[in-house]
Design a protein around this ligand. Structure first.
Ligand code: AHR
Length: 669
C-alpha cells in the first residue's frame, strides 16, 4: 500500500548564477538578524468533516458497512435497515433475514437483524460487502465482533427457546467474490440475552473486494447487531481506531490543530439532524447513529473521544465546532426547511450541553463529564483551548439570539476558552458583515472565515489581511481552497494557495488559524470536489495542494522576519512572486518560502542580513511543474516535492523555477 508516494531526490545544488536566465534578478532582502514579529504558532491545521465518505468507509477503520442495521431510506432512497446485507445459504442452507426493533441492544441503537435458519445445510447467514469491498492483506489479522441474542433452536417461531447452558456456534468468514474462503473463525456463546462475541481472522490472501459472511451450521434463529470487522493494525494500534495509512498521511501534514466534525455536518439538515457530541461518546453500541447531511450515514464510531485522541496522537490541538443552536439554512433534504432554531425554552439545556463538552474535555476525572472521559481511557484532561460555535450560518435574529446565549455562558464559566464565531460562507456579503458586527459587539476572540474561489481570486486578494484592524477579533480561515477550472486540484491552484499562505504568515498576528477544505475524498463517493487527499480502500492519493499544505505545516515558524522583494533594477510592476520568511523559535531555523506563480523562471538576488549566524548549507524543498499538472488516481508520476541542498550566505542567487514553491530551510549555525 502506498503511503505518501514521496520519492526524495537528494541532489546537491550549488547556488545558481542567473547568467543566461531570461529575466534580470530581483533583489530579495531578508533581515534574519531582526527580532521578528510573533505570529500564531497554530497557523496551519486541518479541517476534518465526514463528507465524501471521509469517516465511515474512510478514516474510521471499520470494514463492515451498516454494521448496526441503522441505515434508512431518508439517507438514500434505495436504503433500508438491511442495506448492504444479504442472506446467503450454502449446501441446502435456507432461511431469511428481516429487521426487528422489539428488544434492542440499546435504545440509541433500535434496529437489529433477525436471521432465521430453519435448515442450516452447509451454512446459512448474512453477508456484507463492506464499503465497496473489504480490502484484506495476506497474513494480517482482522478482529471480528458482534452482539448476538439467540431466539430459538431447531424449529421455527414458537419453537423451543434456547436453554441458558446450550452453546450456539456462529462462524465469521472472509471470502472472495467467488465465495472462496480467505479465513474464518468460530465464535461460541450460551444464553438467551444480548452478548458480545469476538474472534480474529488471519487473511490467507490479499484481495480488495472481500465480503464478510456471518453464518451458522445449526438450525435456529438469532438476532445480530453491531457486526464489526477491524484490521488489527490501526493508527497507533488504537481499538475502534483509524485507518493507518490515511491517519499517517494526515499526521505528515504536521497540523497544529484539527477542526471537527464539520462543516455543514455540524448544524445539520434540520434540528433533529444536528451533530450532538453526547450521542457520539461511550461504547459504540450505545451511540446514536444518524443521517449524514451529505446524504449517507454517520455511524459516529469515529466520535468525540476518537477525534480528541487522534489530535493527541499527532500533537494537534482539538478544535471542535458545536452548532450555534440553529440548523443549516440549506436544510430540506431529510428534515426541516431552511434554518430552524432550538426552541428558546430548550436553550438552557442546550447551553449546558456545550458547557458539558468543556467539562468532558478538560474537567478532572472525578467531575461528572470528566469521569466519562476517564471511563473511556483518558483520565488526563485533553487540554481544549479552542471551541467553534456555529458553522457559516445565516446570520439571522434567531441565530444571533442563540449565539449570544451560548457565548455569554462560555465567557462566564470558561473564560479560558477561545470561542470562534462564524461569519457566513463567503469572504464578503450580508452574513459576513453581520457576523463581524456581532463579533465586534461581543468582542468574540476569533471568527471563522470561509471562501472557495478561483486561483485568480486568491492572487488578487493576497493583501486581504494587511490592513485588518488588529484590535478586533482574530481570524480563523476555517475553510478555503482555490477551485481551478473543472473544480480540480492543479499545480496552478496549489500555487495560488501557497502564495496566499505566505500572506497568511505575513499576517500571522491576525490570522491565527487556517485549514484547507475539504480534506478527504473517496474515489467514486465524493459529494464535493476538489479535496486535499483522495483515497480508495487500499491507496492514498495526495494532491499537489496536499504537498503545499505539508510544506507549510512542516516548515512553519512562530516569528515573521522582515523580507522585501523588489522588481529588478530598471523595472517596475508586480512580479508573480510571493514570499514570506519565518523563524522557528524551537531551533532558530530561518525558513524562506518563495512562490513563483508565473510561467517564467524568476532569478532572485537574495541578501541575507544575519547570515553569519546561519549554516551555509540549507535544505531546499521544491515543488515545480506545469501549471496544469494534476495528481489524481490515474497520474503515473505524481508531482511531489524534491529535496536538495542549497549553498547560502550573505548574498546568493536563486532562480525560482516557473510555477514553483521553494522552501529554503536554513539551520542556525
Ligand atoms: O467543506 C465543504 C463544505 O463547505 C462545508 O461543510 C461547509 O461548511 C462549506 O459550505
Amino acid at each position: 500500500m502506498n503511503l505518501l508516494r514521496m520519492p526524495v531526490v537528494l541532489l546537491t545544488l550549488l547556488a545558481a548564477a542567473s547568467d543566461g536566465a531570461a529575466e534580470p534578478a530581483a533583489p530579495l532582502h531578508i533581515d534574519a538578524a531582526a527580532p521578528g514579529t510573533a505570529i500564531s504558532p497554530d497557523l496551519f491545521g486541518i479541517f476534518f468533516e465526514d463528507i465524501n465518505y471521509a469517516a465511515d468507509g474512510g478514516l474510521y477503520a471499520e470494514l463492515v458497512q451498516n454494521r448496526s442495521f441503522e441505515y434508512q431510506a431518508i439517507e438514500q432512497t434505495a436504503w433500508t435497515q438491511l442495506a448492504y446485507w444479504e442472506f446467503v445459504g450454502r449446501g441446502g442452507g435456507e432461511g431469511s433475514l428481516v429487521v426487528a426493533a422489539s428488544r434492542p441492544l440499546h435504545a440509541n441503537n433500535p434496529h437489529y437483524a433477525v436471521v432465521d435458519v430453519p435448515t442450516a445445510g452447509d451454512g446459512a447467514g448474512i453477508r456484507n460487502p463492506g464499503f465497496d469491498g473489504i480490502a484484506v492483506e495476506a497474513g494480517k489479522t482482522y478482529d471480528v465482533s458482534m452482539f448476538v441474542r439467540q431466539l430459538y433452536v431447531d424449529r421455527r417461531w414458537g419453537g423451543r427457546p434456547i436453554g441458558d447452558d446450550e452453546p450456539f456456534e456462529i462462524f465469521a468468514r472472509l471470502e472472495d467474490k467467488q465465495g472462496q474462503s480467505l479465513g474464518e473463525t468460530k465464535l461460541t456463546y450460551t444464553g438467551a440475552d444480548w452478548q458480545r462475541i469476538a474472534g480474529e481472522i488471519v487473511a490467507e490472501r490479499t484481495v480488495d473486494d472481500a465480503r464478510l459472511w456471518v453464518y451458522t451450521k445449526q438450525a435456529g434463529g438469532i438476532a445480530l447487531d453491531v457486526v464489526s470487522l477491524f484490521p488489527r493494525e490501526t493508527f497507533k494500534d488504537r481499538s475502534n481506531g483509524l485507518r493507518k495509512d490515511l491517519a499517517a498521511t494526515l499526521a505528515a501534514l504536521h497540523p497544529r490543530f484539527i477542526r471537527f466534525p464539520g462543516g455543514c455536518l455540524v448544524h445539520g439538515d434540520g434540528l433533529p439532524n444536528m451533530y450532538r457530541w453526547k450521542d457520539t461518546i461511550g461504547p459504540i453500541h450505545e451511540r446514536k447513529e444518524q443521517a449524514n447531511i451529505w446524504r449517507y450515514h454517520q455511524s459516529v464510531g469515529l466520535g468525540y473521544f476518537e477525534y480528541f485522541q487522534f489530535c493527541e496522537d499527532i500533537g494537534a490541538k482539538p478544535l471542535p465546532v458545536v452548532p450555534a443552536a440553529v440548523s443549516c439554512q440549506n436544510s430540506g433534504h431529510t428534515a426541516g426547511a431552511g434554518q430552524d432554531g432550538i426552541p428558546l425554552d430548550e436553550m438552557q439545556a442546550y447551553v449546558q450541553e456545550v458547557l458539558d463538552l468543556i467539562e468532558w474535555a478538560n474537567g478532572p476525572a472525578d467531575s461528572h463529564w470528566g469521569a466519562k472521559r476517564a471511563a473511556a481511557g483518558h483520565p488526563e484532561p485533553f487540554g481544549l483551548e479552542y471551541l467553534g460555535v456555529g458553522n457559516e450560518d445565516r446570520i439571522t435574529p434567531a441565530f444571533e439570539e442563540r449565539f449570544r446565549m451560548i457565548y455569554a455562558a462560555i465567557q462566564e464559566k470558561h473564560p479560558e476558552i477561545t470561542v470562534i464565531g462564524t461569519v457566513g460562507p463567503f469572504p464578503d456579503g450580508e452574513d459576513y458583515d453581520e457576523g463581524w458586527r456581532i463579533a465586534n459587539e461581543l468582542h468574540v476572540p476569533m471568527v471563522d472565515e470561509h471562501y472557495y474561489r478561483p486561483p485568480e481570486w486568491f492572487l488578487d486578494n493576497l493583501h486581504r489581511y494587511d490592513d485588518f484592524n488588529r484590535a478586533r477579533s482574530a481570524v480563523y480561515l476555517g475553510e478555503y481552497a482555490a477551485h481551478d477550472r473543472g473544480r480540480r486540484t492543479t499545480l496552478r491552484s496549489a500555487l495560488a494557495e501557497a502564495a496566499y499562505m505566505t500572506h497568511l504568515e505575513r499576517n500571522g498576528d491576525v490570522v491565527r488559524l487556517s485549514s484547507y477544505a475539504p480534506l478527504l475524498g473517496k474515489r467514486g463517493r465524493c459529494q464535493w470536489n476538489p479535496d486535499l487527499i483522495y483515497f480508495t480502500n487500499t491507496d492514498v492519493y495526495p494532491t499537489i495542494n496536499y504537498y503545499v499544505q505539508q510544506l507549510f505545516g512542516q516548515n512553519a515558524g512562530d516569528e515573521l522576519l522582515p523580507a522585501e522583494l523588489t522588481p529588478p533594477a530598471g523595472e517596475d510592476g508586480l512580479l508573480p512572486v510571493a514570499t514570506s520568511v519565518v523563524r522557528d523559535a524551537n531551533n532558530g531555523d530561518v525558513i524562506v518560502k518563495i512562490v513563483n506563480y508565473g510561467g517564467a523562471a524568476q532569478p532572485l538576488a537574495i541578501e541575507l542580513a544575519g547570515a553569519e549566524r546561519l549554516a551555509e548549507d540549507a535544505t531546499l524543498l521544491l515543488l515545480a511543474g506545469e501549471a496544469d499538472a494534476v495528481n489524481d488516481f490515474d497520474t503515473r508520476e505524481p508531482l511531489v516535492p524534491q529535496e536538495s541542498t542549497l549553498s547560502v550566505g550573505a548574498a546568493f542567487d536563486y532562480e525560482a523555477p516557473a510555477n514553483s514553491l521553494s522552501v529554503i530551510r536554513i539551520p542556525q549555525r
